[in-house]
Ligand binder design. Structure first.
Ligand code: SAM
Length: 190
């Protein structure tokens, strides 16, 4: 099959703009798959900042990075992604190539701890300030769990309102499957 899954597609988009020595943010570290991908793409001279509110997720991510010797370029925060403004240095404004969001709950974890519309949209607004021109905010949206549909709706409503002079906004989805996940891609224009 050549049509990629949502997560493969997310990584394909990200690899278009990530370069060795670059900077990226994983707004939902979870089990660390995306953080590891970002860390490999920017390499040992790059920087990745990962956020998750769950200790379990931070531990899982740290363990995965250590096992792959990709931990040195990554800083993890057990904090909500809408605190990225407070914890990341101002020098990063306008320098980040990719901010990834993979919404919903921690796979194999507590399914009641989920990303929420208010904090997600606030974090996305902050993420746009960190992006460099040509950088991408990439978000996998899920609608199969309680609250997912509402969150995806709020995110798409917010993204639809972004100025086309400043941002290119695209929404990818399989349309022949019920409640299939979708991918939002926002490019910051120069
Ligand atoms: N990217 C992850 C990976 O590669 O394994 C999967 C992420 S998982 C689908 C969603 C994660 O978002 C969960 O680990 C959950 O704890 C986290 N989360 C929920 N609310 C959050 C918040 N406000 N800030 C940061 N992370 C949050």
């Amino acid at each position: 099959m050549i049509v990629p899954s949502i997560l493969q597609s997310a990584h394909q988009w990200a690899s278009e703009v990530l370069t060795p020595g670059g900077a990226a943010i994983d707004a939902t570290a979870g089990n660390g798959h995306d953080t590891l991908f970002l860390a490999r793409q920017v390499g040992p001279d790059g920087q990745v900042f990962g956020f998750d509110i769950q200790e379990q997720a931070i531990q899982n991510t740290h363990r995965r990075l250590l096992a792959e010797n990709a931990h040195r370029q990554v800083t993890l925060f057990q904090k909500s992604h809408d605190q990225m403004h407070e914890v990341l240095p101002e020098e990063l404004f306008g320098k980040v190539q990719v901010v990834m969001f993979n919404l919903g709950y921690l796979p194999h974890g507590d399914k009641t701890i989920i990303t929420r519309p208010d904090t997600t949209v606030r974090a996305m607004q902050q993420a746009l300030q960190f992006l460099t021109f040509g950088g991408l905010l990439i978000a996998a949206l899920y609608t199969g769990h309680p609250g997912g549909q509402e969150e995806a709706g709020r995110v798409i409503e917010w993204a639809s309102g972004l100025s086309p002079r400043s941002f290119q906004v695209m929404w990818q989805q399989m349309i022949n499957r019920d409640r299939s996940p979708s991918l939002l891609i926002i490019e910051k224009r120069s």
